[in-house]
Design a protein around this ligand. Structure first.
Ligand code: SAM
Length: 265
């Protein structure tokens, strides 16, 4: 069997149908809305200190639903000339990059931008409030690689993404018995300590790499707003809030696989 390639093989459910990510991302939207104040604060601070006529903001791991559009709206609102006190300065132009892995449904995302632009223009007209000119581009690629030239970005945002690893930890792919996680799709009570350790190491490597890369790409005084799931307890087997649904999902998936395998054999 071919080894899994995270960048190529994993992506959120495409399209806008009933089972699409776009229609099943309320939890992620809640996090985005709850962290709205932190995002607005960071955007405002970066904006007030801006020396360049263009402010470059990036949504890392944008996926293809409404959530990334909410992010863009929030940024536009803060940079709106009337809501700012940057008096005497030329209006700032916004460059927004929407990044995700190449398998992401960028087609759907680009289609939704058309509607977004129309709605934004209508709101601008209705409220008679000028908005900053904004330019939105898609950027496929892993945020565990360099994505931008040195010191070119003012703000990085990422919501509900950084718990994705860059790869299956080396050592797990071989399938040695001590590294299996039989019966689980998450770290659970029966997960061998060796497996947990491999994931911990992989997280550490990934996070260090991510921070190093973004440090190179950020301008001096740039900011990042990163929201991702964590465990609150040092004891890794102490249930995190994701453990319960994952432990329920795991037997359901296994019985589905069994049925599928039996059904097709
Ligand atoms: C749960 S979704 C969150 C999407 C969106 N930020 C939101 O709040 O709805 C996680 C996204 O992260 C993306 N992702 C995971 N690893 C990535 C990587 N290394 N580089 C870029 N995007 C990545 C996935 O493809 C997926 O679209």
């Amino acid at each position: 069997m071919a080894a899994m390639n995270m960048e190529r093989d994993l992506y959120m459910a495409r399209g806008e149908g009933e089972t699409s990510y776009a229609n099943n991302s309320r939890l992620q939207r809640k996090a985005l809305l709850e962290n709205g104040a932190a995002l607005e604060k960071a955007v405002r601070e970066v904006y007030m200190d801006l020396l360049h006529p263009t402010m470059t903001v990036v949504d890392l791991g944008c996926s293809s639903g409404q959530n990334t559009l909410i992010f863009i709206s929030k940024v536009i609102k803060v940079v709106c000339p009337e809501s700012s006190s940057r008096s005497g300065c030329d209006p700032v132009e916004l460059q927004v990059f929407l990044n995700d892995l190449p398998g992401n449904d960028f087609n759907q995302l680009f289609r939704s931008l058309e509607q977004f632009n129309k709605l934004t223009a209508a709101a601008e007209h209705e409220e008679n409030t000028p908005l900053p000119p904004f330019y939105i581009a898609g950027l496929p690629g892993s945020y565990y690689t360099r994505l931008f030239p040195r010191q070119s970005c003012h703000l990085f945002h990422s919501s509900y993404c950084l718990h994705w690893r860059s790869q299956v930890p080396a050592g797990l792919e071989g399938g040695g018995k001590e590294h299996l996680n039989e019966g689980n799709i998450y770290i659970a009570k029966t997960t061998p300590a060796g497996t947990t350790e491999l994931y911990r190491q992989q997280f550490q490597e990934d996070m260090i790499l991510f921070l190093k890369l973004r440090h190179e790409e950020l301008v001096l005084g740039g900011q990042m707003v990163l929201t991702f799931t964590v465990r609150k307890h040092e004891d890794i087997y102490n249930k995190g809030y994701l453990s319960n649904p994952m432990e329920l999902l795991s037997p359901a998936l296994q019985s589905f696989v069994k049925q599928f395998v039996v059904g097709t054999s």
